[in-house]
Every structure is written in C-alpha cells, then in structure tokens.
Write a protein that binds this ligand. Structure first.
Ligand code: DAK
Length: 259
C-alpha cells in the first residue's frame, strides 16, 4: 500500500511507521492521521507484526497537529479532527501491538501526544519535547493533559503545559517522559534492538502484561491486582508458558509459538 504522508516498512514481526512530511516538520494533518490509522489497523490485522516503531523523517519526530489546518477548521471540522486523533492514539495505546516511539527530533503538541500514546519512548540526544499549545491559545487536544500527568506527575505536567517550555532529551529522561536517550546516529538501531528483544519473548505474555499495566494505570490498585490475577491464570494456560518453563529447566532457548 502506498501512502503520501507516511512510510511503512515491515521486517518479520517488526514494523516501522515513519511520519514523512518533512516540509511541515511532520505535522499531523487530517490525511496523515487517516494514513497512520489505516497502516496501524493493517498491522494489527496481519497476524505477524508484534512491535511497531513510530519515527519521523529528517529533523522532526512530529511538530504537532497541523497548525494551518487547525486554523482553517470550523467547529464541525475541528470536532472531526479531534475525535479522529484521540481515537487513533487510544487505538495505538490499547492495541495488542507494542509501540515504541523513536523520537528523532521535535515532538511537540500532537507529536508529544503520539509519543506518549506509545508504550515506550526512546529519544535521540537531539530530541526536544513539549506541549506548546498555550502559545496558540489552545490546550493539548490529543490526550496531553492526561498522559503527560500520568507520566511525569501533576506539578511537572502543569509546568510544561502552562509555560509551553520544550525540554531536551536529558531532562525528558530525568522526569520520566522518555525511557532512554541515545546517540542520534544509533536511534533506529537501538529502537530496533529493543523491539527485537521484546519480539523474542513470549508473545501472549507480553500482550497480557501490556493489558494489565494499562488497566492498572487507569484503575484502583485492588482492581488492578484482581485483573493481574485473571491475566496470570490466562497466561498459565498457554502452550508458550509450558515451553518457556520447560526450556529454562532444559537450559535451552524457548521456541514460543504465540499460543
Ligand atoms: N503545523 C504546520 N506546519 C508546521 C508546524 C505545525 N505544527 N510546525 C512547523 N511547521 C512548518 C513551518 O510553518 C515551516 O513551514 P514553511 O514556513 O517552511 O512553509 C516548516 O514547518 C519549518 O518550520 P520552522 O521554519 O518553524 O522550523 P524551525 O526549525 O525554525 O522551528 C519549531 C522548529 C518546531 C520550533 C517551530 O516550527 C515550531 O514552533 N512549530 C510549531 C510547534 C507547535 O506549536 N506545535 C504544537 C502544535 S498545536 C485539538 C487537537 C490537537 C491539538 C489541539 C487541539 N483538538 C481537536 C481540539 C494539538 C495541537 C497542536 O499540536
């Protein structure tokens, strides 16, 4: 499938989606959201992909929602764009696929929100992240007020959103906005290394662990623990659990079948 605003590469269980509108610093316009949605949905349904890396072409990851398009949108159109972006980001967050944001440069506004909807963020030393919407008289519209608060805490989220300050990768790491900072030339290599490490694990186990972490982060501890018990029971009735435990005892590498 050919796209105008993104590139999609597949290597076995790994896929890379590159947002590719470098002239607009990969800003997310309506067409780009449509293409990401289509590509991601296809990856969810192909029965092969397990990890998706999101990155951006050239100097930006994604510099936000497309400001030109936002400016021109009337109330009705704005509602459509808002609902579309939010639905897509929730799909990425709640999907059984693991998503890694390889943040190569500016991740601002909707770009930071896309990175935060991913499971894990690996940033280049050149990355700059932030939620600068108040500069435009807006507030974050793709989950930024919620996901940033959950990642970095209420005070830091308020500081970043109220001041519109960008943070560099080192500070983002310190506050828990990204999980790893790497040499810019090694960003994709490191992101793929992490992806392949995850791919080598029990696929059902990774999927259920993601579900449990997501569920627990949105509910009370007792409900989260109850959910974990449920998922633990589920994972213990898989062939992969038998293979994993047996392989350990036989001192060999497991051969997981995603069953
Ligand atoms: N949208 C459209 N074009 C953008 C853009 C963006 N977000 N960011 C950059 N560009 C374009 C620039 O206009 C410029 O285009 P030309 O002038 O060459 O035609 C080109 O990309 C290169 O940008 P610069 O010349 O500005 O590059 P610099 O290196 O000098 O500066 C920068 C890089 C990232 C600091 C700067 O471009 C910048 O400040 N960009 C805007 C960043 C920003 O404010 N992002 C947040 C966007 S607001 C909602 C849903 C979602 C949202 C809100 C509400 N609901 C539905 C209610 C989300 C909002 C946002 O994300």
């Amino acid at each position: 499938m050919d796209y105008n605003n993104i590139l999609v590469e597949k290597e076995d269980h790994l896929a890379v989606i590159t947002i590719n509108r470098p002239k607009a610093l990969n800003a997310l316009n309506d067409d780009t959201l449509t293409e990401i949605d289509k590509a991601f949905t296809e990856l969810m349904e192909d029965g092969q992909t397990r990890v998706v890396i999101f990155t951006g072409a050239e100097k930006a990851f994604v510099a936000g929602a497309d400001i030109k398009e936002l400016m021109e949108a009337d109330g009705e159109k704005a509602k459509v764009i808002s609902s579309k972006g939010n639905t897509l980001f929730r799909l990425i967050e709640s999907s059984d696929l693991v998503s890694i944001a390889a943040v190569n440069g500016f991740a601002l506004g909707g770009g930071c929100e896309l990175a935060m909807a991913c499971d894990i963020r690996v940033a280049s030393e050149k990355a700059k992240l932030g939620q600068p919407e108040v500069n435009l008289g807006l507030i974050p519209g793709y989950g930024g007020t919620q996901r940033l608060t959950r990642l970095v805490g209420k005070g830091k989220a308020k500081e970043l959103i109220f001041t519109a300050d960008m943070v560099d990768a080192k500070d983002a790491l310190k506050m828990g906005l990204v999980e790893k900072v790497v040499d810019p030339d090694k960003l994709m290599e490191k992101a793929k290394k992490m992806a392949n490490k995850i791919i080598a694990k029990g696929p059902v186990a990774v999927k259920l662990a993601k579900q449990a972490i997501n569920f627990g982060s949105e509910t009370s501890l007792p409900d989260g623990i109850a959910f974990e018990i449920e998922k633990f029971g589920q994972v213990c009735s898989t062939e992969d659990k038998n293979e994993g435990t047996q392989a350990f005892l036989e001192k060999r590498a497991p051969e997981f079948k995603a069953k």
